[in-house]
Design a protein around this ligand. Structure first.
Ligand code: CTP
Length: 405
């Protein structure tokens, strides 16, 4: 029922399990989904494109170009509400892990802006190989969801791990994803998210800034949008962008601009998540012309910026939820808890810079969630996508709890 009207791009690759995909398509169509199938060349040795075209009621594509006609992979990647790679061979998995783009399936995968589900299928020895495990970890760390393999009889005649999950299980996995999305308590909420650094101008060509890229905040905005929230992303200067249509991005440069934009957006926000690395100080005076080299030292007088989190904490009305971030290097838990109380936030995400792979610019992060009820959870090193999901899930729980009080 949760698949009704959903658009699914199914990518079939070269594994014996491909023979099950016409049945998979039938089940998806029966559940109300609209399905487009693409295949690799190798998949066609195991399943007939005609069978897939018949059950999906649409042509099946396997090449980026058919003669003079170009199959628009960007369109296929953007059309879908979810992409399912099933079966995903060891070869395609390796390509996905490394951004290789030598066929239509890889091109669509790289262009997809929807969640991607991967159902691996291979013989047990291949499945257990270290390179497969590393590829799987990489593909997972990009935010894709891996559907676990099953144990059973394999194409080699051996019995072990590596069978593709059965079509019914794949369908229920997708159903579960859309159910969560449709039933999220955040659906329809207006959420304000700040992300990225701020630049404080010294003169027309120089600024004070920091190394934040906004990756964590953008991941949070995307998870919220996936759960049906209406997101306003107030983004400091960064090259990163989001293409999600449910996210309205407002680009700002300085802490003052971010402050003013937040004050406006907070008025009708249900939740504000302040992940931006806001500069604490700005130059007291901005030089109108480029500052020329002078003696051996240069003094720049700085003035404190207004604290957005603390101001919103003071303005917060009943029913509004405020989430801050803290980056601490000593006595982390105490400082973060004190920050939450002082700034009147409902929850703090404590960032660690000490762990390898965590912090500015990395694809992974390690955080501790703290909330006003005394809850504390130290999460392991995870992809920023997975951290974003954990943060959003905890916010949903807080929101649910507030509603039932
Ligand atoms: N923050 C903000 N406005 C500022 C500075 C920080 O909204 N001018 C927010 C950040 O987005 C983050 C939280 O406050 O959510 C914590 O920022 P941090 O700089 O660690 O806090 P400070 O209170 O400045 O504490 P410290 O003494 O550690 O610098």
């Amino acid at each position: 029922m949760h698949l009704a009207g959903k658009k699914i791009t199914l990518a079939v690759t070269g594994s014996i399990a491909a023979y099950k995909t016409p049945q998979l398509v039938r089940l998806l169509v029966k559940a109300g989904a609209e399905v487009r199938v693409i295949t690799t060349r190798a998949a066609e040795d195991f399943v007939s494109p005609l069978a897939l075209a018949t059950v999906s009621k649409h042509p099946v594509y396997s090449n980026v170009a058919d003669g003079a006609a170009w199959n628009n992979h960007v369109e296929l990647g953007r059309w879908a509400d979810a992409m399912l790679v099933a079966p995903c061979s060891a070869n395609t998995l390796a390509k996905m892990a490394n951004g290789i783009c030598d066929n239509l399936v890889c091109a669509v995968y790289l262009s997809a802006i929807c969640p991607v589900f991967v159902a691996p299928a291979m013989d047990e020895d291949m499945w257990l190989h270290t390179s497969t495990k590393n590829n799987l970890d990489k593909v997972r760390s990009y935010g894709n969801q891996i559907i676990p393999v099953a144990h059973g009889e394999l194409a080699s005649g051996l019995v072990g791990e590596g069978r593709m999950a059965e079509p019914e299980e794949l369908v229920s996995h997708l159903e579960g994803y859309f159910q969560k999305k449709n039933n999220s308590p955040l659906k329809g909420n207006h959420v304000l998210v700040t992300a990225g650094p701020t630049y404080e101008r010294i003169d027309p060509v120089r600024f004070i800034g920091n190394f934040s890229t906004g990756k964590m905040g953008i991941a949070i905005a995307e998870v919220l949008a996936e759960q049906g929230a209406k997101v306003t992303l107030i983004l400091g200067p960064t090259h990163l962008r989001t293409l999600n249509p449910s996210i309205t991005t407002i680009s700002v440069e300085s802490a003052e601009e971010m402050y003013n934009t937040c004050m406006h957006a907070f008025q009708d926000a249900d939740i504000a998540i302040l992940s931006a690395a806001v500069a604490d100080y700005k130059p007291t005076e901005r030089a109108p012309e480029k500052i020329k080299k002078q003696g051996g030292t240069l003094d720049i007088k700085l003035t404190k910026n207004k604290d957005i989190l603390a101001t919103l904490g003071g303005l917060k009305k009943d029913g509004q939820l405020l989430v801050g971030f803290a980056l601490e290097t000593t006595n982390e838990l105490n400082h973060a808890t004190e920050k939450m109380e002082r700034k009147k936030a409902d929850m703090i995400v404590l960032n660690s810079l000490k762990d390898t792979g965590a912090g500015f610019g990395h694809d992974t992060n390690k955080v501790t969630l703290i909330d006003k009820t005394g809850y504390k959870a130290e999460l392991p090193l995870m992809s920023k996508q997975a951290v974003a999901e954990a943060i959003v899930n905890h916010i949903s729980l807080l929101r649910d709890a507030e509603k039932t009080i």
